[in-house]
Design a protein around this ligand. Structure first.
Ligand code: AMP
Length: 118
């Protein structure tokens, strides 16, 4: 992916476009989804754009996947009651629109949007 146009998430990481950042460390960033589908809807994103989806991330850097999950839990603890839904869309037909791996962290009242409606 790094040889093509930077993903919108890479541009957020580079501070080229704004986002409401809620957590960050050397390898992972979290920011509010621009179109929230629950009381809490945060995206947790590895800073590298090397992995398009969670399948590739799990195969290529399982420790980084664990860091994504740990940040999701931290956010759910800090901003909700510690219980949360973690969604990775994998592939266009599954609803993925941005091919820079990201976890949706949802908590509180879950909406009826396509992401969580089933
Ligand atoms: P997915 O459909 O799983 O690829 O998820 C992409 C998510 O990124 C969607 O929930 C969008 O609402 C969200 N999104 C797109 N652009 C932005 C942005 N500039 N800032 C925050 N979230 C965004």
């Amino acid at each position: 992916m790094s040889e093509s146009t930077p993903s919108i998430f890479s541009r957020i990481i580079a501070r080229e476009i704004p986002a409401t950042i809620v957590a960050e460390n050397d390898r992972v960033i979290a920011f509010e989804d621009i179109s929230p589908q629950a009381d809490l809807h945060v995206l947790v994103v590895p800073k590298t754009d090397e992995y398009a989806d969670v399948t590739a991330l799990a195969a290529g850097d399982p420790e980084l996947l664990a860091e994504v999950v740990a940040m999701a839990k931290q956010i759910a603890d800090e901003r909700s009651d510690g219980q949360y839904r973690l969604i990775f869309n994998n592939g266009e037909a599954a609803g993925q629109t941005i091919f820079h791996v990201h976890a949706h962290v949802l908590a509180g009242n879950l909406g009826e949007g396509t992401l969580v409606g089933h």
